[in-house]
Each structure stands twice: as C-alpha cells, then as structure tokens.
Design a protein around this ligand. Structure first.
Ligand code: ADE
Length: 238
C-alpha cells in the first residue's frame, strides 16, 4: 500500500517511520510512504498557506489553492488512493475504520493545522474526514502516524506470526486479558496459578473471563458491539 502524507511538517515523520513494524513493512516492500510539503504548492512569493477566516474569529484557515494542488499532485503518484483528512471534526477512528482503510488501493492523508481547512477542499477532494479521538492536537500529523501504524499492522505479512496471533485476539472487540512474564513472584505479587498450570483449556477460559471483566469495568460500551457467546453472557451476569 502506498501512503502519501500532505503536511507542513514533513520532518515530524522521519523518526517515527524509521522504526519497528513500519520500518520493516517498508523494507519488505509492503508499504511505501511519500511525504509532501504543502507549502511547496503555495502560489505567492511568500509561500502563504493560511488566511483569516471569512466571518471573523480567532485563528487562521488553510487556504484552498495550495491544498488542492498538493492533493492533485499526490493523486498522480497514487491514482486510486482514498483521500483522508485528519481533523478533530471527523468521524472517530477505530479498529473497524482501520480495517476499512486497509482495503483501500492507497491512502492520501491530509494533515490539517490552524483552525482547519477551507471547507471547499473537503467537499471537492476529501473522501473521509477522520479524528483519532475527542481532543484537539496541534495538527493532523500525529493522527496521520496513528492511522498509518494501525493500517499497516493489518496488511498481510506486516506482522510476524506471533504478533499476528495477538492482533487476532483484539478483533473480538474486547480489551485484552492481563499479561504476565517471569519472574513468578514480583514484589509480593504472584502470577495467577492457572497460567503456570500448562492446562491450555483452563488458561483460555481464564483469559476470556479476565478480558470480559476488564472490558465491563473499563469500557462497557464495547460490550454492545462485541461478539459474545452464551457462556460469555453468563459470565458477565455472575
Ligand atoms: N487534528 C487536531 N486534532 C485532531 C484529532 N483529534 N484527530 C485528528 N486530527 C486532528
């Protein structure tokens, strides 16, 4: 999958995309990432990319011409890509949205700054506006990194076999069960006996119960959408 990222701060991406799974996915040829400086598409000699909002009010708005020219250039590099704007007014990002984006032929991600982008660019050239959560960041760059990471993990071959087995367990819509590693006792806290028992059926039941318990305590909203068996519902009712 090809990602094209349109930003006023391309340098922000250099470190994060050179590590770990994203680095390996590029090395394996599963993904490629193009970074585009929106300012390079400004038409005037000062390379202006923002202007005051019509109707007044605080802050500045990203001007339509440089954004449109930059998106159209990225489209030529990535012709069938979906155009996503990262902004706090978009639909909420989730594992489901990541899975949908991972099916796209490519992604062009526009990182907004200031008070946002001129609405006509959104109308004419943006397919989906996406927010990574109900808080305001200084710009869409961190959100774009989150989306690239979550989407890349879903591409076949991006994770080693151990990692993909783990990600499967997320797709059931529950928070993950608690994890432990050695030593068996740490500062008076012991690892639950069942995990040392070698009885994989019991371990599976324990993990499912803990995942349900944790989800009920921390994110009960997830239970509405989760795929629950009769045994799960019985456990929750206890
Ligand atoms: N830009 C600023 N805040 C954002 C958010 N929460 N999600 C996506 N892009 C943003």
């Amino acid at each position: 999958m090809r990602f094209d990222i349109l930003t006023l701060f391309p340098e922000m991406f250099r470190g994060p995309f050179e590590e770990s799974i994203i680095r390996r996915a590029q090395d394996k040829g599963l993904i490629s990432i193009g970074l585009h400086q929106i300012r390079a598409y400004a038409l005037d000699k000062h390379h202006t990319v923002d202007d005051a909002p019509y109707g007044g009010g605080a802050g500045m708005v990203m001007k339509p011409e440089p954004l449109a020219a930059c998106i159209e250039h990225a489209r030529r590099c990535n012709p069938k890509a979906l155009v996503v704007a990262a902004c706090p007014t978009g639909e909420r990002f989730s594992q489901r949205v990541a899975a949908e984006l991972s099916e796209a032929a490519g992604l062009i991600i526009l990182c907004g700054r200031y008070e946002g982008i001129d609405e006509r660019v959104r109308k004419l050239l943006v397919d989906r506006s996406i927010s990574i959560g109900d808080y305001v960041l200084s710009g869409g760059e961190l959100a774009a990194m989150v989306m690239v990471d979550a989407v890349t993990r879903l591409l076949p071959g991006a994770l080693g076999s151990e990692e993909s087995a783990r990600s499967d367990s997320f797709s059931d819509g529950l928070l993950e069960y608690p994890q432990y590693t050695r030593p068996p006792r740490f500062r008076d806290l012991a690892v639950p006996d069942v995990l040392l028992s070698g009885d994989h059926a019991r371990i599976g039941q324990w993990r499912r119960r803990e995942a349900l318990r944790r989800t009920l305590a921390i994110r009960p909203d997830l239970l509405r959408e989760a795929d629950l068996s009769a045994a799960d519902r019985h456990m929750l009712a206890e």
